[in-house]
Design a protein around this ligand. Structure first.
Ligand code: AMP
Ligand code: GLY
Length: 423
């Protein structure tokens, strides 16, 4: 059973469906795309006990949790208490995403390279700190402590922007996530998303992927949950990747283990590769969205077997195989995203898509025979191909074919990857 209803969960479900173990699949609550290959169960992703009871009563062999909130609230502990298998970290380990201050403390104690920061419980001291900052300390990054789907981060270029972001962070808009606010030094470099599957002892690294967080082309506009992704990332040297695993991922997992926080499942490290080497930006306790959509179509190893091995603490010796293809994912968002979103707009053009294209539903719903939008990130269009040029061309050709009122997307996903490609 896959818990969740977005593009990431749809991609996870498709990858699990390819397993030679031929699983019977459930999705809770799922979406119309997922409903084609799984039985959908009308239980919300944050109804922990409802999900647990369903898994127990229906003898679900394995539950895979997509979104962060159920993990942060302790869905795994809740399943484990009943002897049910679930893919994801314990509640105490999921705090690595649940609180940025907790994550920073883990990193500090583990000696992981990351930007210096200050944390504040009240707006006034944070505003005073901003007033006292010298011009060279800008840009500064303002972050709310708790999880807010990638939207609680502002890279502020000057005092006014920073003060505005601090006031907004404390305004109550982010609920309890905004009770603490961080001011963090801004790092410069190239950003990458690194996923590892771990059973608490061994780690199995995925290939790194590139996410596009700002809403508009050329990195303009507010941060979103992610407007596109591609993999693999040609610009990252193998030694850089090895350094990320050795200096960021492993020490963090060791430190969590040291404090008794059991981590199994997927750990996502957001890193900035700077001139001085890779630095950790953040950790997430689950697969990234939309990076997963650009990774899983290329996965050759059986995801289900890996997840079972993770539960059985027998990951050692596994290796992940990938196809040699490239994959580019373009997110189609509804009008107003990320500040708001529009629902009920009819979606057309999903039939007869070009070869090598996968469409994962993000926020869709059915009305009669038609499909309509149901939130911000509506569809994920993934093109695959032998080169980035081909993968990208296929993705955007499919995008041209798809339509809904107010549809918006970035036109520059994987553009720099294409420019870097060897011919
Ligand atoms: P986070 O949720 O902490 O990953 O922040 C969301 C996005 O904000 C990141 O993916 C980066 O693009 C940006 N960001 C966060 N922290 C920093 C930082 N210290 N320096 C530069 N950019 C950052
Ligand atoms: N794509 C960013 C995230 O999943 O948090």
């Amino acid at each position: 059973m896959v818990v969740g209803s977005g593009g990431r969960e749809h991609a996870l479900l498709e990858a699990l469906a390819r397993s030679p173990l031929q699983p019977e699949l459930f999705a809770a609550p799922g979406n119309p795309g997922m409903a084609r290959i799984a039985d959908t169960v009308d239980i919300a992703a944050d109804d922990l006990t409802g999900l647990r009871d369903f898994a127990r009563d229906n003898e679900i062999d394995l539950t895979v949790v997509g979104p962060e909130h159920p993990l942060i609230w302790g869905i795994t502990d809740c399943f484990w208490e009943e002897g049910l298998k679930v893919f994801g970290p314990s509640r105490s380990a999921a705090r690595i995403e649940g609180s940025k201050v907790f994550a920073k403390e883990i990193m500090r104690n583990a000696g992981v390279p990351t930007a210096p920061f200050d944390a504040f419980d009240m707006p006034e001291p944070a505003l005073a700190r901003i007033r006292a900052m010298t011009d060279t300390e800008f840009p500064v990054v303002v972050k709310v402590d708790g999880p807010v789907a990638g939207k609680g981060v502002t890279v502020a270029r000057n005092r006014d922007e920073a003060a505005g972001a601090v006031r907004e962070a404390f305004s109550g808009r982010f609920g309890s996530s905004g009770e603490r606010v961080l001011l963090e030094q801004c790092l410069e470099g190239r950003e990458a998303s690194v996923f590892v599957i771990t059973d608490g002892q061994d780690i199995l690294p995925f290939l790194p992927a590139q996410d596009y967080k700002p809403a508009y082309d050329a990195g303009e506009g507010p941060n979103t949950g992610g407007m596109g992704a591609y993999s693999p990332i040609g610009w990252m040297e193998p030694q850089t990747y090895a350094a990320i695993l050795e200096e960021i991922v492993k020490p963090t997992l060791d430190q969590l283990s040291l404090i008794g926080a059991r981590y199994s499942g997927l750990l996502y490290a957001g890193v900035m590769v700077t001139e001085d080497g890779p630095q950790a930006l953040e950790f997430n306790c689950r697969f990234g969205d939309p990076e997963t959509q650009a990774l899983l179509p290329r996965l050759e190893t059986d995801l289900l077997e890996m997840m079972i091995a993770c539960d059985e603490e027998s990951l050692g010796g596994y290796e992940i195989e990938w196809t040699a293809e490239k994959a580019v994912c373009v997110v189609l968002a509804s009008e107003g995203y990320p500040e708001s979103s529009s629902s009920g707009d009819e979606i057309s053009g999903l039939d007869d898509l070009p070869m090598g294209v996968y469409v994962y539903h993000g926020a869709t719903r059915e009305r009669g025979d038609s499909l309509e939008t149901d939130g911000g990130r509506v569809l994920n269009v993934v093109g695959t191909g032998e080169s980035v040029i081909e993968a990208r061309a296929r993705a955007y050709a499919a995008v041209e074919q798809i339509h809904f009122p107010g549809m918006q997307y970035r036109t520059d996903i994987a553009l720099e990857a294409m420019e870097l490609e060897d011919f």
